[in-house]
Structures are given as C-alpha cells and as structure tokens.
Design a protein around this ligand. Structure first.
Ligand code: SAM
Length: 206
C-alpha cells in the first residue's frame, strides 16, 4: 500500500482508506463528525446553475448529498478509492444516483478517471493529507478542471476545531507544502480558516 506524503505511514482502514467493518464504522462516524465542516466548505463553493462538480475522496457522501440538495449544480461526480465508502455514498444518495444527477466511481486524487477539463468545480475534503503524492494529486485535479474553474481543498482545523479534529490538524509546514503544491498547478491560491476548516481556494488550471 502507498504511504501518505504527510506522515510517511500507510493509511489506516478506519478513516484514511476505509476498509471492512472498521471502515464502515469509520464512515458512519465521519458522516456525523465532519458534517459541519462539509457545510462550511459548501458555503465557499458558490455553485452556479448547471455547474459540473467533482468531489474526490467523498467518504460516506455527506457533501455529495448537500451539493445535490442545496445547490443548483448540474452533474455531481464523486470518486473514492474505498469500495466501502462508494457503497455508503451510493446508499446515502440513492435517489440522486438513480436519476443520474450524482455519479459515484472508483478513483483517487492522482487518478480520478475523469476526462480533461470536465468540471467547473473540484472539491477535496479531509483527504489531501492522505494522498501518496501531493504534486501528482495537484496535477490531476488541474487536468480535470476547466480553464477558470475553481478548486476547494479542505483539511481539519479552523478557528474552533473540536477536540477530535485537533488531533488530526496539520502543522504549518505541511499546510505550506499543500499551498505550494497547488500554486504549481493553479492560479490565485489563497488560504482561509472557517470555524472547522483549513481551506485552500484556487482557480485553474495554470
Ligand atoms: C478521512 S476520510 C474523509 C471523507 C469525507 N471527505 C469527509 O470529510 O468526511 C478520507 C477519504 O479519502 C479517501 N482517500 C484515501 N486515499 C485517497 C486518495 N489518494 N485520493 C482521494 N481520496 C482518497 C478515503 O477512501 C476516504 O473516503
């Protein structure tokens, strides 16, 4: 298994790369504990009518659900390497998946399986630290974003993280590494903190 760039360790089967019963429990827990964070990311997404949105590493599919329920997005695609999370996201969003508004497929940040310049907005919440290769992830997300499209990358943190999130926060040097990797592939990279998020916003691709 590939190691995470941020720690040099392999992703665990609980939440980083959910697998088996422990992964299904991890997904159940994430759906409850990360919801506020998803809402805060959505609050910065400014999704316009009919926009095509890609979420990488969707986990249990809460943000896919919010995108479908609260925005005028057109097609919404989620990719995740975990079969357990694809099943959870599909079950959570069953009507929208059945109607074709939400598509769920196997993929990672560095291999989304999506066409070039296909999306107006690409979002990655709580998985950038898990990617094996930060530069490869940035390059792939830039490839699938249309010229002038928006990128939102979020990790645990913000101005009022919960106790559980505090344990997952990244040190400043790692946050800088993320900003630098994105700046290599996207324009106008900026960083901000919401209550629960470290958030990177960018336009792209370069
Ligand atoms: C901590 S969970 C976060 C799930 C969800 N986005 C949330 O915030 O609740 C991490 C997710 O990233 C996925 N993941 C693992 N490796 C990945 C990679 N290389 N690229 C994209 N997603 C990945 C996992 O399968 C898992 O669903």
């Amino acid at each position: 298994m590939e190691r995470m760039w941020s720690t040099g360790t392999e992703p665990n089967a609980f939440a980083a790369l959910p697998a088996g019963a422990v992964g299904r429990f991890g997904g159940w827990l994430m759906a409850r504990t990360n919801r506020r964070q998803q809402e805060q990311v959505l609050g910065r997404a400014a999704v316009a009518e009919g926009e095509r949105v890609l979420e990488v590493g969707h986990g249990p599919g809460v943000l896919l659900q919010l995108l479908a329920a609260r925005t005028p997005a057109g097609e919404i695609v989620g990719v995740d390497p975990s079969a357990e999370m694809r099943a959870a996201a599909t079950a959570r969003n069953a009507p929208a998946v059945a109607s074709g508004r939400i598509g769920v497929a196997e993929g990672t940040a560095s291999a989304t399986g999506q066409p070039d310049a296909a999306f107006d907005l690409v979002i990655a919440v709580n998985n950038v630290a898990i990617w094996p290769d930060l530069a490869a992830g940035a390059a792939e997300l830039a490839r699938v974003l249309r010229p002038g499209g928006r990128l939102l990358v979020s990790w645990h943190g913000g101005t009022a993280p919960t106790r559980m999130m505090r344990a997952l926060m990244l040190p400043e040097d790692k946050l800088t590494q993320i900003a630098e990797a994105l700046a290599g592939r996207f324009r106008s990279v900026s960083r901000l903190r919401t209550e629960r998020c470290e958030l990177f916003l960018a336009e792209g691709p370069r």
